[in-house]
Design a protein around this ligand. Structure first.
Ligand code: HEC
Ligand code: HEC
Ligand code: HEC
Ligand code: HEC
Ligand code: HEC
Length: 290
């Protein structure tokens, strides 16, 4: 009596499986490309939308030479999210952004609510007071396909140092300018700034009123406003010169001629440039001492 029952059960299972299988096949035909196919007008919108995003991704404005002269409003026409997005007020677990300050948000210059990376450089109080960064101060072109130079005949050239591997910018020539370590060795400081500052009256200007006074003569910084703010609070200078250091190295600043400079160049400075990067040069008429 056992075996016929097993046989029936198996038969029933096979029948079920084929019904389910048949159903799945029917669903595939309903949702996948059916032999008769949807009409041309039905496929058109999806197809052209995907073509447009591809076209926009490869819009020439993203690459050299067009990006070099692009204005922010041209980029923002497609990338409004860069300035409009706000960080969440709380994490999914309920941690409030306002009470979760990172170490780099504890310098006295930090103000306002938590903001996105882009807004901190373009839209917040400190950014607007002291800097005038543009999209193309940092963005000099990237490779949407492989995020690497010259992996295809149409990609960026190997010699293009507008971005580095897997990044959309070149961090060594941009970020490091304001996020490197303070070079206390060349300054002859006995200890890192937080420990030395008291000895020097809590101000960089104790020395820098007379040393390396030709500074910040570049399009993306507001030189006069920086000096005024640095006089009131040394953390302003420190913010860009060690206080928010993401790197273990220092930026190799150009060493401009200054009034009263010794004509003998110290060894460490022998291979330094003596002018700022050409692409940030101010017109001669605008140049001023601080
Ligand atoms: C015509 C619209 C358009 C314009 C104008 C435009 N972009 Fe884009 N951009 C896009 C699209 C679309 C993408 C691809 C987005 C994606 O893949 O998610 C893109 C991608 C990018 C990316 C890469 C994102 C990533 O994670 O790989 C960067 C960086 C970027 N754009 C910056 C800029 C800058 C800077 C400008 C101005 C010089 C600019 N864009 C102008 C549409 C545009
Ligand atoms: C201070 C340098 C800097 C400036 C100024 C800057 N960007 Fe970016 N941008 C970056 C970096 C770095 C990334 C990569 C962030 C990441 O990988 O998460 C980025 C990413 C992007 C992306 C990719 C999407 C995203 O949000 O991660 C777009 C699009 C973009 N930037 C557009 C712009 C536009 C438009 C402007 C001008 C309004 C601008 N950026 C100004 C450094 C900058
Ligand atoms: C011209 C100077 C300058 C350059 C160039 C620059 N930064 Fe900044 N960055 C600042 C200043 C100033 C602040 C602090 C702004 C504030 O406190 O409002 C800051 C803040 C930040 C923060 C903290 C944001 C937050 O939410 O607190 C990050 C992260 C950051 N920068 C990363 C970068 C990266 C990555 C690059 C290169 C793509 C870069 N920065 C280029 C000056 C600069
Ligand atoms: C004890 C005097 C002294 C103090 C205090 C001091 N500096 Fe300097 N700083 C120097 C000297 C000396 C140099 C190198 C001058 C030269 O080029 O010969 C220098 C160089 C620099 C450079 C250029 C570094 C390079 O690698 O080219 C920067 C940037 C700088 N100082 C910023 C600051 C900031 C910001 C503070 C305050 C947080 C500060 N300094 C405090 C004496 C000082
Ligand atoms: C918003 C960021 C920022 C702030 C704030 C800032 N610096 Fe700088 N500083 C820079 C950048 C970027 C350069 C390199 C500019 C260039 O390439 O010429 C620079 C260059 C210098 C140099 C090298 C000068 C030379 O020979 O070219 C000195 C010295 C210096 N800063 C001191 C100071 C002092 C002192 C303060 C405060 C009064 C200060 N910085 C505030 C960003 C900043």
């Amino acid at each position: 009596m056992e075996s016929p029952r097993v046989g029936i059960t198996i038969l029933a299972l096979v029948a079920c499986a084929s019904i389910v299988g048949g159903f799945a096949g029917w669903r595939m035909r309903q949702h996948g490309p059916a032999p008769s196919g949807p009409t041309a007008s039905q496929t058109q919108p999806a197809l052209s939308a995907s073509k447009d995003i591809l076209r926009a991704t490869y819009d020439p404005i993203h690459f050299k030479p067009a990006i070099e002269t692009a204005r922010d409003d041209q980029c923002l026409a497609c990338h409004r999210e860069v300035l409009e997005d706000k960080v969440s007020e709380a994490s999914p677990a309920g941690l409030k952004a306002a009470t979760s300050k990172a170490w780099y948000q504890r310098l006295s210059t930090y103000s306002g609510e938590q903001e996105t990376f882009h807004r901190r450089h373009l839209a917040t109080a400190m950014a607007k007071e002291l800097m005038s960064l543009s999209c193309n101060t940092c963005h000099q072109g990237h490779d949407p396909r492989d995020e690497a130079q010259q992996t295809s005949a149409t990609g960026a050239l190997q010699s293009d140092n507008g971005f580095t591997l897997r990044k959309v910018v070149n961090v060594e020539t941009t970020c490091l300018k304001c996020h490197g370590q303070m070079n206390s060795k060349v300054m002859g400081l006995p200890h890192p700034w937080p420990e030395s500052r008291e000895v020097f009256g809590g101000s960089c200007l104790t020395c820098h009123a007379a040393i390396r006074t030709t500074r910040h003569q570049v399009t993306y910084l507001k030189a006069a406003e920086i000096e005024a703010a640095g006089q009131k609070n040394a953390d302003v200078c420190y913010a860009c010169h060690g206080g928010l250091a993401w790197y273990r190295i220092s930026y190799r600043y150009p060493r401009h001629f200054w009034e009263g400079m010794s004509l003998e160049t110290p060894d460490w400075a022998k291979d330094r440039p003596t002018v700022s990067e050409a692409r940030f040069a101010l017109p001669a008429s605008v140049q001023r001492g601080y």
